[in-house]
Ligand binder design. Structure first.
Ligand code: UFG
Length: 346
């Protein structure tokens, strides 16, 4: 069983990927400092997996400790690097925290990987690197725009750092950069999903909290965009489909030539409006989501969705869940966290 180090493995996408790794016959080893995840995820992962995955509760910026993990584990076959701060608004308020954490942790990780002869890395990038593209859908060749936020800029910088490894002539790293569109949904078990700390910024966790009565009302940020119902368009990808893309990336890396470094869009390839998402949630779950129309949110782009042909053809990846499936799973998860987690907190 090949051992895969998953930084940020206790987070939303990380924990779902840990499950998929196990299903595919890999041994996941988690590195996470729990800066944006709840420790209860470990017990819930144990319930789904039937065993407790190995965990190192450390910060990826701590080179000594990360080095010790590679030393102890000694036969790591590859790394999936999720660990990063990810709140767009917060990154505007605290840019240095984002530059330091997101960029430095990648540099530390690359050093340690090289020292221990670990070549394969799958990196969490984002469609945020495209900004508002001139033409849709976006392909991997679509030129990047200036990043709107420090968070977006860290993704562009980290992509550049990984692409630059090719130019060193050392033929060391083999890299897949996955540009995620909007991850939504929860694991089918209903006990693994997104658990934002505090009031969520993202649409789908907000919808779920309003539906469960924990928040009074959802504000739709703008209904005067140039889209069919006036609200913004995004490409919502089920987190379990997204998790699977990481497994297929590892398999792709095994066969990839020395020095390979490829970018893949991971989205369903179809846009949905904000209002469309809300209506889907209401319809599949039979609940109402009270909403009001508010002003546009600064920094939002009007519409984006992926051309995912490259991932389909080269990774052999294919999303199988619909937005309705994702919304159903979110509601199941919300009911679980209301009972098990929120109610237990003081
Ligand atoms: N929205 C609302 N009301 C809310 C929250 C969101 O109307 O309360 C709208 C936004 O205006 C946007 C859409 O819902 O039109 C999606 O917003 P999210 O915040 O869920 O997602 P974003 O597309 O803004 O951002 C996501 C990730 C980022 C990532 C970005 C692009 O959160 O990490 O996609 O990749 F960088």
């Amino acid at each position: 069983m090949k051992k895969i180090l998953v930084t940020g493995g206790a987070g939303y996408i990380g924990s779902c990927t840990v499950i998929e790794l196990h299903k595919a016959g890999y041994t996941p080893v988690i590195v996470d400092n729990f800066s944006n995840s709840d420790k209860s995820v470990m017990a819930r992962l144990e319930k789904v997996l039937g065993f407790s995955p190995k965990l190192y509760a450390i910060d990826c910026n701590d080179k000594e400790k990360l080095d010790a993990v590679f030393e102890l584990e000694n036969d790591i076959a590859g790394v999936i690097h999720f660990a990063a701060h990810k709140a767009v608004g917060e990154s505007v308020q605290k840019p240095n925290m984002y530059y330091y954490n997101n960029v430095n942790s990648l540099l530390v990780l690359l050093d340690v990987m090289q020292k221990h002869g670990v070549k394969n890395i799958v990196f969490s990038s984002s469609c945020t690197v495209y900004g508002q593209p001139d033409a849709l859908p976006v392909t991997e060749e679509t030129p990047e725009k200036t990043a709107e936020s420090p968070y977006g800029f860290t993704k562009q910088i980290c992509e550049r750092i990984l692409k630059d490894q090719k130019q060193t002539g050392q033929n060391f790293f083999k890299t897949v950069l996955l540009r995620y569109f909007n991850p939504v949904g929860a694991h089918e078990s209903g006990i693994i999903g997104e658990l934002p700390l505090g009031v969520p910024n993202n649409l789908v966790p907000y919808i779920a909290l309003v539906a469960s009565g924990k928040l009074p009302m959802l504000t739709v940020f703008g209904d005067d965009y140039n889209t069919p119902d006036g609200s913004c368009i995004r490409d919502y990808i089920h987190v379990c489909d997204l998790a699977l893309a990481h497994i297929q990336s590892l398999q792709w890396l095994d066969k990839a030539p020395e020095n390979a470094c490829e970018v893949f869009n991971i989205g369903v390839g179809k846009g949905e409006t904000v209002l469309g998402c809300i209506h889907t949630f209401e319809k599949v779950n039979g609940v109402k989501v009270p909403l009001k129309i508010g002003a546009r949110r600064s920094g939002d782009i009007e519409k984006i969705y992926a051309d995912n042909q490259k991932a389909l053809q080269e990774l052999g990846w294919k999303p199988k869940y619909t937005l309705a499936d994702a919304m159903q799973s979110v509601w199941k998860w919300q009911q679980f966290i209301d009972e098990q987690i929120h109610n237990k907190k003081p």
